[in-house]
Design a protein around this ligand. Structure first.
Ligand SMILES: *[C@@H]1O[C@H](CO)[C@@H](O)[C@H](O)[C@H]1NC(C)=O
Ligand SMILES: *[C@@H]1O[C@H](CO)[C@@H](O)[C@H](O)[C@H]1NC(C)=O
Ligand SMILES: *[C@@H]1O[C@H](CO)[C@@H](O)[C@H](O)[C@H]1NC(C)=O
Ligand SMILES: *[C@@H]1O[C@H](CO)[C@@H](O)[C@H](O)[C@H]1NC(C)=O
Ligand SMILES: [Zn+2]
Length: 340
């Protein structure tokens, strides 16, 4: 396939881009996953999505970001993240009981839609939506600022990137990946995925991939998703805000900050694609298909009800306040309405 170099037009459109770990990140995650699906999983996904094209997962990877802005889909906006009430950079962690509020979060959503995609009593349309959410949320859960409460996931930390005013959440969603790749079209995503798939199979990630699947358990979607969220959240302390919020507030981040962050963007997109493939393979075949040691689960159904919330008991006052601030801010990204 022809390599698309950025044209003058695409460079001009970059400056007004309102895409997110949305278009480039999500499409790349989907293309990576397509490379690691078992044949039965591919057949299942193409059938349920009614798409036999070569971009059958990528074509629906950002549906959830459009749907959340519809009246019917408003309820799903808080499902794109989990607001970890941790204390970066001193302490980074995810606690499902503490961090997932009544309206749900990305961890409970992954559990719910993993169950629903397998529930043959539901309509095809509902199962199709469930699959589209699983594809999207496995991407979002790998973006460190989708698994952090501080500063509304970085949305209220103003920064510049190559002189353009934006916020920290947004540069992690899109600017850094787009700078690396030079665009955000479907063919840019496919090209990026080709390079990350090579890194996974024979390159710099080849020795790590078995650790990427540790903790994955189709019988326990909550704990599986908590493992992925904890992994992404750990980068908030080490890479996103290593010296705290004030050190980046108002700063230009295209230089040294980008240089330190871009390997994390790359490895997280690679992990998301690999884990998405493993998860979909588990749903359809009972095996990740990616490790000889993977367990075959006869009972593939995720256990419903495991994510019943305990409410707000046990939260400290500052945590209740942080949650109130998030709700007042709104469930979407910053004022520009960037999908994430
Ligand atoms: C599947 O897609 C084709 C065209 O792409 C369309 O004609 C058909 O109605 C679709 N079927 C379902 C069940 O959505
Ligand atoms: C599961 O998803 C369905 C469909 O989006 C939704 O109506 C329901 O409230 C969700 N349940 C939980 C427990 O999140
Ligand atoms: C950064 O900004 C300059 C000046 O506006 C522009 O010429 C250059 O193409 C930009 N670089 C990137 C990577 O967007
Ligand atoms: C999943 O559940 C089934 C049935 O309860 C059990 O046989 C299997 O060992 C479980 N697998 C894992 C990985 O826990
Ligand atoms: Zn999202």
């Amino acid at each position: 396939m022809a390599v698309t170099k950025p044209t003058l037009l695409s460079l001009l459109s970059l400056t007004s881009s309102v895409t997110a770990w949305g278009t480039l990140g999500h499409d790349t995650v989907a293309f990576i996953a397509q490379n690691f699906l078992a044949p039965e999983t591919t057949t299942f996904a193409k059938g349920l999505l009614n798409d036999t094209s070569s971009a059958y997962l990528a074509n629906v990877a950002t549906w959830a970001d459009s749907y959340r802005y519809t009246a019917e889909g408003t309820f799903s906006a808080p499902l794109h993240y989990i607001d970890a009430l941790d204390e970066p950079p001193t302490s980074c962690n995810i606690d499902f009981d503490r961090d997932c509020p009544e309206e749900g979060c990305i961890v409970s959503a992954i559990a719910n839609y993993t169950t629903r995609v397998q529930d043959t009593t539901l309509s095809v349309v509902e199962r199709q939506k469930a699959l589209k959410w699983v594809i999207h949320f496995l991407g979002d859960i790998h973006q460190p600022l989708h698994v952090e409460n501080l500063a509304i996931g970085g949305n209220t930390i103003d920064v510049t990137f190559n002189g353009t005013s934006t916020n920290l959440h947004h540069i992690w969603d899109s600017n850094m990946a787009e700078k690396l790749i030079g665009g955000y079209s479907l063919s840019d995503a496919e090209e990026w995925s080709t390079s990350l798939v090579a890194d996974i199979k024979t390159g710099k990630y080849a020795t790590q991939t078995s650790t990427w699947l540790s903790g994955i358990n189709i019988n326990d979607s909550i704990s599986s998703a908590v493992v992925w969220a904890t992994d992404a959240n750990s980068y908030v302390c080490t890479t996103v805000l290593p010296e705290g919020e004030d050190a980046v507030q108002g700063q230009e981040l295209q230089g040294a900050y980008y240089d330190a962050a871009i390997p994390v963007v790359q490895v997280q997109v690679a992990k998301a694609g690999y884990r998405l493939a493993a998860w979909l393979n588990l749903i359809v075949t009972g095996s990740t298909g990616l490790e000889s040691s993977s367990k075959y689960n006869k009972n593939k159904m995720a256990v419903p009800g495991a994510y019943v919330k305990r409410g707000e008991t046990g939260l400290e006052d500052w945590m209740l306040e942080a949650r109130r601030v998030r709700r007042a801010f709104g469930w979407n990204c910053g004022a520009e309405g960037h999908a994430h």
